[in-house]
Design a protein around this ligand. Structure first.
Ligand SMILES: Nc1nc2c(ncn2[C@@H]2O[C@H](COP(=O)(O)OP(=O)(O)OP(=O)(O)O)[C@@H](O)[C@H]2O)c(=O)[nH]1
Length: 303
């Protein structure tokens, strides 16, 4: 115990990102998971080199996806050889609600909620075991937690390969499609206005939620950068995913960004068409998100 604890303190001292380190009783859980995963991936690379099209990692139902995802973003050696394509969560429709609603002690993570929150794709499986109403209630619950993921109903996990491989969930050039999808879902129950997306993407009984902002108007890129950098700096631990396509002052093109916890990246993207409405779209998924503060900060970046 002592040795592990000292090791993790040393890692913490040398890490520029304090959020990466989570201490548990028997040492540092994140580092243990990451260490094993890194070793395994590097061994595979050594054995098979570049012969892989995809590597599929199945975590157990109890695994927290966060540390696994962060391994791909923060481990230099791993990111040299492999790239994280996306997170697929298989939901057992018969039993999921019970787990999503499970009340945990304050410091205990609800793994079912976490696995939905981090997902790029969600397979609603075992649909034959539930009726339409149950399925609708579950789908709505999942949408509140994760307003970004694409969902598909299935039986015995039968979905097209394209749905689960080649997702590009972390590719900046595919962010537009991800937020577009979110907007399509919203328009069904949201009034369009100068700033739409006023519907309430939050539930009072759950700490992990999505907030989406859809708005016309030009944004000041420097202000947006300052805001998001501050946000990931202060709230990185609680901010699971963020994606955005924005219309900015300095450019004729879109600016896109994506983030996981305290990692944030952005770049200019394809130009707006002449007759295209410039609408900025941002989606945040996280724990204890302050929706009012996010909307206010966004407004503060409008020109
Ligand atoms: N009726 C029905 N049964 C299913 C479906 N998918 C899987 N099952 C059955 O459910 C049982 C348990 O399988 P799963 O829930 O998929 O278990 P698992 O995900 O492999 O288990 P872990 O990886 O340990 O979480 C098996 O008997 C499957 O045949 C489905 O869509 N409908």
């Amino acid at each position: 115990f002592g040795e592990v604890d000292i090791d993790s303190s040393l890692v913490a001292n040398h890490s520029s990102v304090a959020e990466d380190i989570v201490m548990v009783n028997n040492g540092c859980l994140c580092c243990t998971v990451r260490g094993d995963l890194v070793k395994m991936l590097l061994k595979l690379m050594k054995q098979k080199g570049d012969k892989f099209d995809h590597i599929v990692i199945e975590t157990t139902g109890l695994a927290k996806p966060g540390p696994v995802i962060e391994t791909f973003c923060s481990d230099e050696l791993v990111s040299k050889y492999v790239k994280l394509d996306g997170v697929v969560t298989l939901v057992d429709c018969k039993h999921a609600m019970q787990h999503l609603n499970e009340v945990k002690a304050r410091w205990v993570v609800n793994e079912a909620v976490e696995q939905v929150a981090y997902a790029d794709r969600i397979i609603l499986n075992k649909t034959d075991l539930v009726d339409d109403t149950e399925l609708e209630v579950l789908t709505n619950k999942i949408k509140l937690i994760n307003g970004m993921a694409q969902m598909k109903k299935a039986m015995f996990g039968d979905v097209d390969m394209d749905f689960v491989l080649g997702i590009g969930g972390y590719d900046l050039d595919r962010i537009e499609a991800a937020v577009q999808l979110n907007e399509n879902k919203e328009t069904a129950h949201c009034h369009l206005g100068h700033e739409h997306g006023h519907h309430h993407d939050h539930v009072h009984d759950a700490a992990v939620t999505s907030v989406s902002i859809v708005s016309e108007g030009l944004l000041d890129l420097d202000e947006v950068n300052d805001w998001l950098e501050r946000l990931v700096d202060e709230k990185g631990e609680d901010l699971y995913r963020l994606k955005g396509v924005i219309s900015v002052n300095e450019s004729t093109g879109r600016f896109v960004f994506q983030g996981v916890h305290s990692m944030l990246e952005g770049c200019p993207a394809k130009p707006w068409e002449d007759d295209e409405k410039r609408i900025s779209k941002l989606v945040f998924i996280g724990r204890n998100l302050d929706e009012a503060a996010l909307r206010k900060a966004f407004k503060g970046c409008l020109l």
